[in-house]
Design a protein around this ligand. Structure first.
Ligand SMILES: [Zn+2]
Length: 319
């Protein structure tokens, strides 16, 4: 292997130290001990080897109800060249918001997480399974969620989630808030949920003109987010995953029809492999594994998700 990067814990320990962030870190005695401890784990134990980190920040932008074919039509060459894209990724069944997002963040399918309901209200129990949010925090990282539907508060502990109750046509406001949140808090993992495509689909129909107009704004929102990350000086060490929970047909979704289950999956930022077309099958629970892999956090045993390694840069770019 050409380059070895410090573990996620070591990266976090250096957080706030501008010098250590700007140059590759030499292995510390503590890190060496950790590597030894991982390396000598007995066969048959569940101790996972920590992957080498390629990112210090991961942002997931989930465009609720965004069909892959709709987004592919408007995805500009500038964004194609910057990242790695699949327009044939798939979500789990039922292709509905809460079950699909649960798969996206837990690395397992509905037969394991058993979240088949699509409604949640404050005060009801929250997701209790290991997720990208619990694992990143366990590794010493920080987590923030900004969601445009209240029921997505289900996905993480209350103190991590902010419900953005902007009125209709709010995706620009959500992205503006997200850019500001990233600049102010520099979270290790930022999860952003935008609801406008789903709203337009239910109101006017998937692939209707109003729906496509909402989708046509997505590249501008993504570009704006990337600009905000760059302005914060973190673009080179950030992985942005743009995806969706499900697609839709007519004025609904939830079925196994290709229009409902096919989702976009795009990796951008300095931690993404530039100009790559992803042809391998990608499932929405692979998003969870990719997040942990990029941050150098071990993927919990039992996760169905596998990291989309073809979407990742080989190393943290030097700035
Ligand atoms: Zn919906």
């Amino acid at each position: 292997m050409a380059t070895t990067f410090p573990s996620f814990n070591a990266l976090q320990a250096g957080k706030g130290d501008r010098v250590s962030v700007r140059r590759p870190l030499a292995p510390t005695p503590l890190l060496a001990l950790l590597v030894v401890a991982v390396g000598i784990a007995a066969p048959g134990t569940t101790q996972a080897r920590a992957p080498a980190a390629v990112a210090r920040h991961v942002i997931i932008l989930s465009l609720d109800g965004a069909r892959a074919d709709a987004l592919q039509r408007v995805w500009p060459p500038s964004l194609r060249e910057q990242g790695a894209a699949s327009w044939s990724a798939r979500t789990t069944l039922p292709s509905s918001t809460l079950p699909s997002h649960t798969s996206m963040v837990t690395g397992v399918g509905p037969e394991t997480h058993h979240v088949r309901f699509n409604d949640w209200h404050p005060g009801q129990p929250r997701l209790a399974l290991p997720s990208i949010f619990t694992e990143v925090r366990r590794g010493g990282g920080t987590v923030r969620l900004l969601v445009a539907k209240r029921k997505l508060e289900f996905l993480a502990a209350a103190e991590l989630v902010t419900y953005l109750s902007f009125p209709r046509h709010r995706q620009g406001d959500v992205i503006e808030t997200a850019g500001r949140t990233f600049a102010e808090e520099r979270p290790t993992l930022l999860f952003i949920h935008v609801a406008d495509p789903d709203d337009a689909g239910h109101r006017d129909g998937w692939m209707s003109e109003p729906y496509l107009n909402v989708i046509a704004e997505a590249p501008l929102l993504v570009a704006r987010l990337l600009r905000d990350v760059a302005a914060a000086g973190r673009l080179g060490e950030t992985l942005l995953i743009v995806t969706a929970d499900h697609g839709g047909h007519d004025r609904t979704h939830g079925t196994a029809r290709p229009e409902d289950v096919t989702i976009p999956w795009v990796a951008l930022g300095g931690a993404a492999r530039a100009g790559a077309t992803l042809t391998q099958p990608i499932m929405t629970y692979d998003t969870a594994a990719t997040v942990l892999q990029a941050l150098g956090i071990p993927i919990p045993p039992g996760w169905q998700g596998r990291p989309v390694t073809d979407a990742l840069a080989a190393e943290v770019p030097k700035r």
